[in-house]
Design a protein around this ligand. Structure first.
Ligand SMILES: [Zn+2]
Ligand SMILES: [Zn+2]
Length: 244
């Protein structure tokens, strides 16, 4: 399995990190998880290409995770691609209906399949076996585990339920939006993340969903995580590709 980070930023721009997006690939199967602003551009830079993304899996519906959905749909239509499947939590159908009612010239241009999933459900997406888990965020959001190997937290506070869900994964990509000195809810600080991960067995943890507040604080953030968690932890970067 290969994962490629397209966007490791958040709702506030850092100047170097685009909004949320990760490509998961294995044996010709491919799914894009989240589709925030800049992801369409990164798809080109990564060499994956928007023509090769026919399935998008959404963690939730905040704008930094969905804002490139219409640009992706339009680019695929212009390239002569005929299909796009969007899978996500409850409300995904309403989201797509709403977007297409605003951008009504795109409605019906390609065959759009929308599928909603419920928390704690096991389902297939683009040939991958995926498990969902409800996170702690300001909006309904699902973390996903692919083939028991790769877990993506989506947006979430750190808590033991999510850490247990990820336990045993080769790679966990976890929201770590802010450094410790920022008082925050709905996202974790590094100390909180370290505490939640304590006692779990995970091959490598990548920190993502980084706000500009984290610039220049990486070393301190890693130390904070390491105070409670002794596993391998690093920062995700846009266009970093990892073989699992
Ligand atoms: Zn977000
Ligand atoms: Zn969010």
């Amino acid at each position: 399995m290969r994962i490629t980070f397209l966007g490791t930023g958040s709702a506030m721009p850092t100047g170097s990190r685009f909004q949320s997006g990760i490509v998961v690939e294995e044996d010709g199967r491919r799914v894009l998880v989240d589709c925030g602003s800049g992801v369409l551009h990164r798809l080109q830079q990564s060499g994956v290409g928007y023509e090769n993304i026919s399935t998008v899996l959404l963690t939730h519906h905040h704008v930094d995770h969905v804002s490139d959905l219409m640009p992706l749909l339009k680019a695929r239509w212009l390239a002569g691609e005929e299909h796009l499947e969007v899978v996500g939590p409850t409300g995904t159908k309403r989201l797509l209906d709403g977007l297409l009612s605003v951008h009504d010239y795109l409605d019906g241009k390609i065959d759009l399949q929308v599928r909603e999933i419920t928390p704690d459900e096991e389902f297939d997406v683009a040939g991958f076996s995926v498990e969902g888990f409800e996170t702690r965020h300001s909006m309904d959001c699902l973390a996903y585990k692919f083939e028991d190997e790769f877990t993506f937290s989506g947006d979430s506070e750190a808590f033991s339920g999510l850490a247990n869900f990820a336990d045993g994964s080769a790679v966990l990509v976890h929201d770590c939006s802010f450094p410790d000195e920022v008082d925050v809810s709905n996202h974790p600080t590094p100390s909180q993340l370290g505490e939640a991960l304590s006692g779990t067995d995970i091959g490598r943890v990548y920190l993502t969903h980084l706000y500009p507040h984290t610039d220049g604080k990486h070393e301190a953030m890693l130390k904070s995580v390491a105070a409670e968690y002794d596993g391998d932890v690093g920062f995700a970067e846009d266009l970093l590709s990892v073989e699992i």
